[in-house]
Design a protein around this ligand. Structure first.
Ligand SMILES: [Zn+2]
Length: 244
């Protein structure tokens, strides 16, 4: 099979296969910055959140027990073959659920917003682990937010963000919307109210600045991301790529 053939098939069955055709929408006067994350699937600069679907967790539990069952089966046995099938089915189910969720969430965003700004995840290492925090007196490691961060299995999250921003980009292009990708550097540390750096540990969920700005840290990031997107559209240099 030639390379081109495979590429075509991938297009037909891949994440963009049901994106749809050109359907320009009336111009919207609302724009949005989006912080994709682990606590929430997405924090919007408007202050609202898109949460990870609950069924991801359910499917994840099921998959974990199927994998455990598989590990107990004898190699070459009929039962093992069955267990392998169950694991594969679990993966397929999660992939389908994710695809469905991505399409619904991206459709909602494109319908509502004219300019959609994301961080460029190609330059952000999202799987980077939070450094363990050590208690100064006991020397014991204490929770640092990483455990909350790891609430959903990485395998479920990882396949998500790049595919999602890709789907949003395609739908946005069809609809005549603009998607901007900005450099993620410092977006979580800058104050959306006054622009100064407010250093925060990963475990600190709240952004509080001397200028009086107080809000959820991810919402703050989303607002900064939107500001950086505007800087790009007005001729600045922050973004790394844009679709329009
Ligand atoms: Zn401030």
């Amino acid at each position: 099979m030639g390379r081109g053939v495979r590429a075509t098939q991938q297009w037909a069955t891949g994440p963009y296969s049901t994106v749809g055709k050109s359907e320009p929408l009336p111009t919207s006067d609302e724009d949005v910055g989006i912080d994709l994350g682990v606590m929430h699937f997405a924090a919007l600069s408007s202050g609202s959140f898109i949460d990870h679907p609950r069924y991801f967790r359910k499917a994840e539990k099921k998959l974990a027990s199927a994998q455990q069952a598989l590990s107990r089966k004898k190699r070459g046995s009929h039962r093992r073959k069955k267990a392998v099938q169950r694991v594969a089915k679990g993966h397929r189910k999660i992939a389908n659920q994710r695809k469905d969720f991505h399409h619904k969430a991206s459709r909602a965003l494109v319908n509502q917003y004219q300019v959609i700004v994301f961080e460029d995840l190609r330059v952000k290492n999202l799987t980077k682990r939070a450094k363990p925090k050590q208690d100064k007196e006991t020397g014991q490691y204490v929770p640092n937010g990483a455990s909350a961060k790891a609430g959903l299995n990485k395998s479920i999250l990882d396949a998500g963000w790049t595919t999602f921003t890709g789907i949003v980009s395609v739908k946005a292009a069809w609809a005549g919307r603009t998607v901007v990708f900005v450099n993620p550097f410092m977006t979580s540390q800058l104050c959306s109210g006054c622009g100064v750096v407010v250093k925060k540990e990963l475990s600190e969920r709240w952004h509080r600045c001397r200028c009086g700005t107080e809000l959820d840290r991810d919402t703050n990031s989303a607002k900064v991301i939107l500001q950086h997107g505007y800087q790009h559209l007005s001729g600045g240099t922050r973004p790394t790529r844009a679709t329009a």
